[in-house]
Design a protein around this ligand. Structure first.
Ligand code: DGI
Ligand code: FE
Ligand code: FE
Length: 197
C-alpha cells in the first residue's frame, strides 16, 4: 500500500476507536516520533506507524483488555491483573497485528514496550517511548522542557530521565511498580547498550 494512504487509513481508524483527547495525543506522538526519527536516522514511516498505533488499546475497558488477553493466551502478570491499564501496551501490539495488519516486528515491539520500556530497546522502541512522553500535548509531567531538549541531544539520557521521573511519580503516589519499569531504569542507569556483552 502507498505510504501516505496507509498512514491516512490508520489515522482514520484511530479517530474511530479513541476519544478526542487521546486522538490528539496519538497524532502528537506520530509527528514527534517522526521528528526523532529524522534526528536519529530511523525509518520515518515506521516511526509514524508505531506512534499512531501505540495507544490503540487505550480506550478499551479493563474488562475488554483482560478478555482479549485471556482469549488469545496473552500472559497477564499479577501486577497487570491489578492494573489492567498497563495491558494497553501488550493488547495494543496484538491488535496492531491482528486488526490493523502490521507485520513489522520492530513496530509491534515499539507498541508493546511503550509504557514500561524494556532492556536493550531498538532505536524505534526508544523513539516511541520518548515521543509518548514529550509530544506537544503533554502538559503535566515534571521537567518537560528539559527532557524535550534532551530527547534531541541524547536519546538514552532522555530515556533515563523519563524512567526516573516516572518511578518517582509512582513512588510518590503509591503506584504499583511493574518490575519491567524498574528493570528498564536499572539497565539505562547502567549505561544501557554500553554494558551489553
Ligand atoms: O498511554 P499514555 O498515557 O499515553 O502513556 P503510557 O502508556 O506511558 O502510560 C503512562 C502511565 O503509565 C503513567 O501514568 C505512568 C504509568 N506507568 C508506567 N510504568 C508503570 C506505570 N504504572 C504503574 N502502575 N506501574 C508501572 O510500572
Ligand atoms: Fe500508552
Ligand atoms: Fe501514549
Amino acid at each position: 500500500m502507498k505510504k501516505e494512504i496507509h498512514l491516512k487509513k490508520l489515522r482514520k481508524a484511530m479517530k474511530k476507536v479513541q476519544d478526542n483527547g487521546r486522538f490528539e495525543h496519538t497524532v502528537g506522538v506520530e509527528y514527534t516520533a517522526a521528528a526523532l526519527a529524522m534526528r536519529y536516522g530511523c525509518d520515518i514511516q515506521k516511526a509514524q506507524t508505531a506512534g499512531l498505533l501505540h495507544d490503540c488499546a487505550k480506550c478499551l475497558s479493563d474488562d475488554k483488555r483482560l478478555s482479549i488477553c485471556k482469549k488469545n493466551h496473552i500472559p497477564v502478570t499479577e501486577l497487570e491483573g491489578r492494573n489492567p491499564f498497563l495491558l494497553h501496551a501488550k493488547v495494543g501490539s496484538y491488535l496492531a497485528r491482528e486488526k490493523y495488519g502490521i507485520k513489522d516486528r520492530d513496530i509491534l515491539m515499539a507498541i508493546q514496550s511503550h509504557t514500561t520500556g524494556r532492556k536493550n530497546m531498538s532505536l524505534l522502541e526508544k523513539i516511541v517511548f520518548v515521543a509518548d512522553y514529550i509530544e506537544p500535548g503533554r502538559k503535566h509531567a515534571p521537567n518537560l522542557s528539559e527532557i524535550r531538549k534532551l530527547a534531541f541531544l541524547d536519546l538514552d539520557k532522555a530515556m533515563l530521565r523519563i524512567l526516573e521521573d516516572t518511578l518517582g511519580y509512582l513512588k510518590n503516589s503509591n503506584g504499583d511498580i511493574d518490575p519491567m519499569t524498574e528493570e528498564t531504569w536499572r539497565y539505562y542507569y547502567g549505561g544501557g547498550a554500553l554494558h551489553e556483552k
